[in-house]
Write a protein that binds this ligand. Sequence first.
Ligand SMILES: [Zn+2]
Ligand SMILES: [Zn+2]
Length: 199
Amino acid sequence: MSAEVQCPAGCGPMEYKTNRNLKIRAFDPLGTVFYLAGLILIANSIEVGSGETNPGVIIGALLFIPGVYLSSLVTTDLSCNTCTGVILESKSIDQKLKGDLLGLSENKAEYIRTALSSSTEDSEHDCPDCGKKMSHIIVPIERERRAYEDPLLPDVIADWTTKSDSVKLDGCKECDLLWFKNAKREQKLSMDTAIIPKT
Ligand SMILES: [Zn+2]
Ligand SMILES: [Zn+2]
């Protein structure tokens, strides 16, 4: 890509921003060990129906919380300060849009690249790289949501509900880039708890 990428929505040049994605796990030698050890300790220390806090839960949380931070994915993506639009390039597409470890859901990057190739709907914007019209797709997702929004509550003890949802995006299959109208859409699709169910 050229040094300066213009926002597809016409706002002007976009900027590279580095973000730590707390809701996307990446391997980190220390962070992953902390994360898993904390999780196991908490899971083993919870006594259902007991009013007392087991010290294992506290020690587990002390490992789990820095583990979440250290084992989160750091990416650098183009974003627009005016419209909050985000562009994901190849590397970020592969890092952020994964499947689950067990392969029970679609690999998000693969699904999106296939959908873009077969899409017949044009985006209203041109690709900022090659200048051709991008394609528009709607990605169906299932989102796991905590009944109580507490980002530090480990998955094992959180109460989960599933919700069907979808995310609209544009992309250029030639340049392998995705355009999200705003950062929220991108985050909604990227987080590990959003999956594309296999059909
Ligand atoms: Zn913009
Ligand atoms: Zn292009």
